[in-house]
Design a protein around this ligand. Structure first.
Ligand SMILES: Cc1cc2nc3c(=O)[nH]c(=O)nc-3n(C[C@H](O)[C@H](O)[C@H](O)COP(=O)(O)O)c2cc1C
Length: 199
């Protein structure tokens, strides 16, 4: 065994260790819009659930190299609304492409040929190709770490998904979700089979 002390590794190696250890990570494919209404789309995997009452999730958005906020963080702070799409295996190339460095006035969805549809309860548009969506409102904004990172805590206002994905108890049939996970480096993993503990 080897013990690597975080205090000795420095930011870049600590980041690498984190993204190798926190795997697989879910990917929030986030749609937001600024005050002028331009739609923005980008993926984030420093993302996780916080609690169910109310349904809260958190997304960690690092700053750009020059210290400016990423468009997603800027938009959400301006309008306090976002849509998180569950990333599926078939979305991989579009997800990677939507992480490109586009100016704020450019709609990544439009450039990538992804159809947008109106959301149910928030202003940012939803992706037609991503059927499981969380329509959210900003709950709290924290600036954390030395970056700092914009940690956005959002409350889910509506879960939007195909009715056929619900079983008789109104639970989501897990077999319907072809989830895509993020590993360390530039690697991804398809969720292809399920296991249950014995007994
Ligand atoms: C799968 C994936 C996950 C990512 N996760 C994060 C993340 O958790 N935090 C972050 O700051 N950037 C993350 N990025 C990079 C952003 O998507 C990228 O900086 C993007 O350009 C931000 O777009 P925006 O400026 O339109 O908000 C990720 C990229 C990919 C491809």
């Amino acid at each position: 065994m080897i013990t690597l002390y975080a205090a000795e590794l420095g930011p870049s190696r600590n980041y690498h260790m984190l993204i190798s250890a926190l795997v697989p990570r879910p990917i929030a494919w986030v749609s937001s819009c600024g005050k002028t209404g331009e739609n923005n789309l980008a993926p984030f995997s420093f993302y996780g659930g916080i609690c169910g009452d109310p349904p809260l999730i958190g997304v960690g958005i690092a700053r750009q190299k020059d210290g400016r906020r990423k468009d997603t963080a800027e938009n959400i702070l301006q309008t306090e609304e976002l849509v998180i799409h569950l990333a599926e295996v078939r979305h991989l190339d579009s997800i990677a492409a939507s992480a490109g460095n586009f100016p704020p006035e450019v709609s990544e969805a439009e450039i990538l040929g992804l159809k947008l549809v109106h959301s149910q309860v928030v202003a940012p548009m939803s992706l037609d190709c991503a059927p499981f969506r969380l329509e959210c409102r900003l709950h709290k904004h924290l600036e954390l770490g030395n970056g700092p990172v914009d940690y956005l805590i959002a409350e889910v206002l509506a879960f939007v998904l195909p009715e056929a994905w619900l079983d008789q108890k109104a639970r989501v049939k897990q077999s319907e979700i072809n989830a895509l996970g993020r590993m360390g480096g530039n690697l991804y993993v398809p969720v292809e089979r399920f296991m249950e503990p014995r007994g």
